[in-house]
Design a binder for this molecule. Structure first.
Ligand code: BEZ
Length: 421
């Protein structure tokens, strides 16, 4: 059972943290009708009613540090989907074994080995940080454990360091701002300053934006990369931006770093003169309540907006809001989609996780209409081709800031494919 504790973030925001992260697993589903599975029970596997073994899903996510809320949102999205199917797939009860990725590749590697070697999980999912994804990639590949990444956008995971056992149901870092570069050149400014935390996700996000901005004719007048996970005072970096006199700024930040950066950008007096364009993580539902008016007018691109007017999204937003009493973020959506992706693949192989090659083939064929739009894995790189939405932060009918979709860029491919063209 999850024990819920509260920790304070910033001035007002309270986060729910699962104490089970350290302690072990959670049996998610109530016992339903079970069918005899074709898999062989691994040592330590729970045998459930009807003789079927539970499906152990290792969930590695941040439950501490700047990306805590992202991890919590992904878990909530996953639970929403698993509960919608009664917590059982092909007769196997779904059991989540959660571990904290700690925003630290070394710690995450230890947790990965524990989940694979001691807990003997059937599959792995989660991973928010690109640095963590890159750090655990070889261990996952060598163990032939199937990993479904529900956030981390590291380019090499679907490129130079591709593994047939790793799938990504979220985005690639450069894919998200790729269409924004050209749009910003035409609509916002010709001279840009770029800033992001100093690690793979930040640098790759800048690279994706720059590819189309520079091709369109734009000039980059400066770049700055504050230390990742350690920066809360952006004043020295904002000074550099001011001195470079750009016509616009491109930024990638997420979690508590996004809140600090955007608030200080306004307090420093930059917002009124230099428009901020961004990868949409900066103004998601996890940051908007704390940002308030500081977020208004920020144009961003992302593969989701909770305001998308489709039946699939309306249902997702209504179900999520009713269960958790808050609006879903893109991270919650990614958790929901990752859970469905895993379940759709498992259904094809009748819950058999022992034949990895069959399960890989089944997952390569999964497609469905997600709340974000059509979701289809590219079998050549295990990344996604998906719509990217241009959003503008406006005051909603309740006066609170929300992302209004102003344009859709259809079928944007994984960044490795885009950069080849
Ligand atoms: C990443 O590290 O890949 C990442 C983290 C937060 C938001 C988006 C990407």
């Amino acid at each position: 059972m999850d024990r819920i504790t509260k920790i304070k973030i910033g001035r007002r925001k309270f986060l729910r943290v699962s104490a089970m992260v350290a302690a072990g697993g959670v049996l998610l589903a109530a016992c339903g009708d079970t069918v005899s599975p074709t898999n062989t029970p691994a040592a330590g596997t729970t045998t459930v009613a009807g003789g079927a073994t539970s499906l152990k899903l290792g969930v590695l996510l941040p439950f501490s540090g700047v990306y805590t809320q992202l991890g919590l949102d992904i878990v909530d999205g996953m639970n929403l989907y698993f509960e919608s199917i009664g917590g059982v797939v092909a007769g196997r009860k779904i059991e989540l074994l959660k571990e904290d990725e700690e925003n630290d590749p070394q710690a995450a590697l230890r947790k990965t080995k524990k989940l694979i070697e001691s807990d003997k999980v059937d599959l792995l999912t989660g991973i928010v940080s690109s640095a963590v994804a890159l750090g655990i990639r070889d261990t996952v590949d060598q163990a032939k454990t199937i990993l479904v990444i529900s956030n981390a956008g590291a380019k090499d995971i679907t490129g130079a360091r591709f593994s047939k056992y790793i799938f990504r149901t979220s985005f690639s870092n450069g894919q998200v701002p790729y269409p924004l570069g050209e749009w910003a050149y035409k609509n916002v400014g010709k001279k840009i300053f770029m800033t992001a935390p100093d690690y793979a996700a930040g640098r790759e996000s800048v690279e994706g934006f720059k590819a189309t901005f520079v091709k369109a004719g734009g000039t980059v007048v400066g770049e700055v990369y504050p230390p990742f996970g350690k920066t809360s005072d952006y004043a020295p970096f904002l000074t550099q931006i001011q001195q470079a006199k750009p016509e616009a700024v491109y930024a990638f930040y997420s979690g508590t770093e996004a809140v600090n950066f955007v608030k200080q950008y306004e307090q420093f007096g930059l917002k009124k003169d230099i428009p901020l364009v961004a990868a949409g993580f900066i103004v998601e539902q996890d940051t908007l309540p704390a940002l308030g008016g500081a977020a208004l007018g920020i144009k961003s691109t992302l593969h989701y907006a909770d305001s998308l007017d489709t039946p699939e999204n309306k249902k997702f937003v209504a179900d999520f809001t009713s269960k958790y009493k808050r609006t879903p973020t893109t991270f919650a959506l990614q958790g929901f989609d990752s859970a469905r992706f895993i379940v759709e693949g498992l259904k094809v192989v009748n819950g058999d996780t022992t034949n990895k090659e069959n399960l890989v083939k089944a997952l390569e064929g999964v497609k469905f209409i997600s709340p974000r739009g059509p979701l289809e894995i590219d079998p050549t790189n295990h990344g996604l081709t998906q719509n990217i939405y241009l959003r503008d932060v406006v005051a909603g009918s309740d006066g609170k800031p929300m992302n209004k979709v102003i344009s859709t860029f259809e079928k944007i491919q994984d960044i490795n494919t885009l950069l080849k063209n």
